[in-house]
Design a protein around this ligand. Structure first.
Ligand code: ME8
Length: 515
């Protein structure tokens, strides 16, 4: 048996300073869908997520809550795991940066870089943005504020260890030139080159010595390791960097780091430079998605416009949420989340298109054939059109998923669902059903509809696994594997179809929006 190809996906290692909102959920949902898709395609997938628990921001949040940092992060890390369970995020490892093995690995990484001369001692004079945990020089500030988040920065003068980032400038330029696929969307590459690399890279301060909530520098306990070095290392330590070399070799380099556009610089300048220094292969791809806005505004606690995923899942189910975020937003660009849009799409795509096709098909097979699938024999041109579209739907869906064009893949699938609904109107089974001599034609039509639904169920499995299962159950058939969606005609004659309850019930917007 040939060994499956590994496919290693990561989400950002989230700060557990407050509960995760729909924006953080977005990255994890994409990661989950990608993992399921690649698994169904036969890869040996591995998904890492986790919590980035050290640093000044977390320490201050813990103090503000009147508790110790460790107790504070323990609670939020547990809540985060709970959230991923509710959202059915199928991760393999949840790494916490306070785990003993991880801390030991970070110490070893730091010592190695120091011993080989990539880290040296100096003095940091400049600014620090605590919410972003980022160092800035005066020239980088915008109106005296953090250029990333626009918040106040603090002036710092402290003894610090530095990583020789400047040494890797040319290699980073080569990376961007020789591997145009390394960072996507591609316009982000220009941002990194124009705004940072081409301006010249300064060495990076990689320790702090004004607080102690971090991994101790092993040879100088006045310092803790800078939280970003600690956090990025999670991508290595979560797959056995220090304690399971076989596993590490299997999965590293990562196939893709999925991140938001806010942390591109860390992942495509600092991280590759660190990996180059460690003599490790670079991740194959970093994909930076856009920002989810809420009612066209950036979500923020002070504005009170943070959207959390739990109520949506409780009211409408996890499949609807996953479908919505993948279908609504172009992966890579900003998008706007509004409850109204969510519900409108729920009614149009899930109730009217998919739900309707399921209920029409199963009711007609029930009514005209006692729930038994029969293949029929009489065909006409409508059938050929439907079958031809099924084939291109599969091909296009796969290529769009492979290109991270999730919204287009779902659009492709829904074009097919709508075509199948149109096929019902064109072939008018209710008229065929009145005439016994049209029985063979009726059976063909009903078979084509049921088989179209089977294909839909196979294709939506990575996104809506519960709905997929439900449709296959109603069709009285087994899951035949993702690739079976590329072949029309696999539904067994004699399969026993059941009507059952609606997959999705229409939402009354006036009622729902008040919830
Ligand atoms: O940055 N829309 O953690 P973090 C879309 N600990 N995505 C959003 C979003 C929004 N409105 N808000 C947040 C950190 N995100 C570091 C990461 S990795 C080694 C260390 C997502 O908790 C997006 O993926 O601030 C963003 O990159 C991530 O949450 C930041 O999470």
């Amino acid at each position: 048996m040939t060994e499956k190809k590994p496919y290693y996906i990561t989400t950002p290692i989230y700060y557990p300073n407050s509960n995760l909102h729909i924006g953080n959920t977005y990255t994890s949902i994409i990661a989950d869908v990608l993992k399921r898709y690649k698994t169904l395609q036969g890869y040996d997938t591995y998904l890492v997520t986790g919590t980035d628990e050290h640093g000044q921001k977390i320490m201050r949040s813990a103090i503000a809550h009147g508790t110790s940092p460790q107790k504070f992060v323990d609670i939020i890390a547990d809540e985060t795991k709970e959230l991923w369970k509710k959202l059915e995020i199928d991760y393999d490892t949840f790494i916490r940066s306070t785990e003993a093995q991880h801390e030991e690995d970070v110490k070893n990484i730091f010592t190695k870089l120091y011993d080989q001369g990539d880290i040296y001692k100096g003095e940091y004079k400049g600014y620090y943005c605590t919410p972003c945990e980022t160092f800035w020089s005066e020239g980088q500030l915008v109106d005296g504020k953090c250029p990333d988040c626009g918040r106040d920065v603090e002036y710092q003068e402290e003894e610090s260890y530095f990583f020789r980032l400047s040494k890797y400038e040319d290699k980073l330029k080569e990376l961007f030139k020789d591997h145009p696929d390394f960072l996507e969307p591609q316009f982000r590459q220009k941002e990194m080159l124009n705004n940072f690399i081409d301006k010249g890279l300064s060495d990076l301060s990689v320790t702090r010595n004004t607080f102690d909530w971090g991994v101790d520098v092993p040879f100088d306990n006045e310092h803790v390791v800078y939280v970003w070095i600690d956090a990025l290392s999670c991508y290595l330590t979560a797959i056995g960097y220090g304690d399971n070399p076989k596993k590490f070799e299997k999965y590293w380099p990562a196939s893709v780091h999925l991140i938001g556009k806010d942390i591109v610089r860390f992942h495509t300048i600092i991280w590759p430079a660190l990996l180059m220094a460690l003599d490790l292969p670079l991740p194959k791809k970093v994909f930076a998605h856009g920002w989810i806005l809420f009612d066209n505004d950036k979500m923020s606690k002070s504005k009170g416009n943070i959207m959390y995923p739990e109520p949506l899942v409780e009211l409408y189910g996890v499949d609807a949420l996953k479908y919505f975020v993948l279908r609504e937003f172009h992966f890579g660009s900003d998008g706007n989340f509004s409850s109204q849009k969510f519900m409108e799409r729920y009614n149009s795509d899930l109730v009217n298109d998919l739900g309707n096709l399921v209920s029409r098909t199963t009711s007609m097979i029930d009514k005209y054939n006692g729930g038994i699938v029969a293949k029929g024999s009489e065909t006409d041109t409508y059938d050929e059109e439907l079958k031809a579209l099924a084939k291109t739907t599969y091909d296009d869906f796969v290529s769009q998923m492979d290109d991270f064009k999730f919204n287009e893949a779902l659009q492709t699938l829904w074009t097919f669902i709508r075509r199948a609904n149109k096929y019902v109107d064109e072939t008018e089974p209710w008229i065929l059903g009145r005439d016994e001599s049209k029985k063979e034609r009726l059976n063909t039509v009903l078979y084509n509809l049921a088989e179209s639904l089977r294909i839909v169920a196979q294709l939506i499995e990575p996104v809506m696994k519960n709905t997929s299962k439900e449709i296959l159950k109603k069709l009285g058939t087994e899951n035949k594997g993702f690739a079976s969606a590329g072949e029309f005609g696999l539904l067994e004659e004699g399969a026993r179809v059941t009507k059952g309850a609606n997959l999705f019930d229409r939402l009354d917007l006036e009622v729902e929006l008040k919830k």
